[in-house]
Design a protein around this ligand. Structure first.
Ligand code: SF4
Length: 108
């Protein structure tokens, strides 16, 4: 093969490698589940089961509030969990709750 053509092909491959490797690592990174023991989760009173929220500590909590009804919940309806915008995209349970809860606006 022509030396110049080989050189250009190698340069192109080397230049493309970091972008390919980065996209592969992000694309294949499994979503991380938010644990109640996570320091930020603890600070915001995250519970995987909203019915276990300490109402005396979080008086803003109202029965029936759950992650699936929060504007920051990015999961699909009916799924057990989904990414949460308040926790950097970590997975929260659809039946969970934290002090950042903000109800989704109701459809007109
Ligand atoms: S911000 Fe909303 S979706 Fe995220 S954990 Fe708190 S209540 Fe759940």
């Amino acid at each position: 093969m022509n030396t110049r053509r080989t050189f250009i092909a190698k340069i192109a491959a080397i230049a493309a490698a970091p972008a390919f490797l980065c996209s592969k690592s992000f694309a294949q990174a499994p979503p991380v589940k938010l644990e109640e023991s996570d320091p930020t989760a603890t600070a915001l009173g995250y519970k995987e089961d909203a019915s276990k929220v300490d109402g005396s500590r979080y008086p803003q909590y109202k029965a029936g509030q759950k992650c699936e009804g929060c504007v920051l919940y990015q999961g699909k309806a009916g799924e057990a969990n989904g990414p949460c915008g308040a926790f950097g995209g970590k997975l929260v349970l659809s039946g969970g709750w934290c002090a950042v809860f903000a109800a989704k606006p109701k459809a007109p």
